[in-house]
Ligand binder design. Sequence first.
Ligand code: F6P
Length: 318
Amino acid sequence: MRYGVLTSGGDAPGMNAAIRSVVRSGLAKGHEVFGVERGYEGLVKGWGHMLDRSSVADILMAGGTMLHTARFPGFRDEAVRRQAMEQIGAWHLDGLIVIGGNGSLAGAGALSAAGIPVVGIPASIDNDIAGTDWSLGFDTAVNNVVQSVDKIRDTASAHERVFVVEVMGNRTGILAAVAGLAAGAEAVIIPERPVDLNELADRLTETQRRGKKHSFIIVAEGADHADRVARGIQERTQFDVRWVVLGHTQRGGPASATDRILGALYGNKAVDALDAGQYGVMIGQVQGNLTLTPLATVLAESPRVPMDWVDLAELLAR
Ligand code: F6P
């Protein structure tokens, strides 16, 4: 068999670990593995090359993706997808493994509905994909946020300031909620639960009265902007307030051990699924077990947002 593999959408640490696993698992089972470059755009335009064992050497730890990635909204167009299907035929691919987030998995679902044997692997630092507890990149991103906050904490403490830290998450606040608990944030502002600035300012003033001299607020980019929240607190309190946007520092850097392990497991399981004729599914991990969930279900359901973790972060930081 000849299987294709591509990475699509926002890059996520652990994508390379998954590519390595797909290639080496596939070769070990006597298959050929073809790397499609720059996601769906490469699939449509015919960009790609065969991958051998050594072509995936030394990528296990690296963030980003050796196959490159792209956001390609044109793939929503059926005529464009038909070109991709012709290319799949021209390359003689017997199956395709798509590594990416919700948009990429929607593309995989559309190809699957048109009869292409496709298996998805969830990858997004937002962890906003239904059907899995863990998408590739999330654990690394949480650790990146926590490391940054730990550094900023020194200045917050030394100058007795409030810091507003903006993290990624344009549609959901899952990264903000989990990082907020891990970093000890006083407040977490997420799209699922907007915060009233008057109430937040009162809360901070109250903690100050109890002796707390510095605080952190984590805000998801989809809920508000750090500068606006910082100005709002500055106007309503006596605190000296600063703000930081972590941006793409969250998405890069070496993959955490968890993301490397998940990449290995998901890549291997994806090859097994294609071999077993289990198409149109996404690999995931639910409560510690590797799972296969139909792409249609993944795309129809909403991810779980840990609101209870937001409550716990705020309770513990008071
Ligand atoms: O989908 C992941 C994500 O990191 C979002 O949280 C963020 O808003 C977006 O990608 C940014 O994407 P890009 O770097 O492509 O603009």
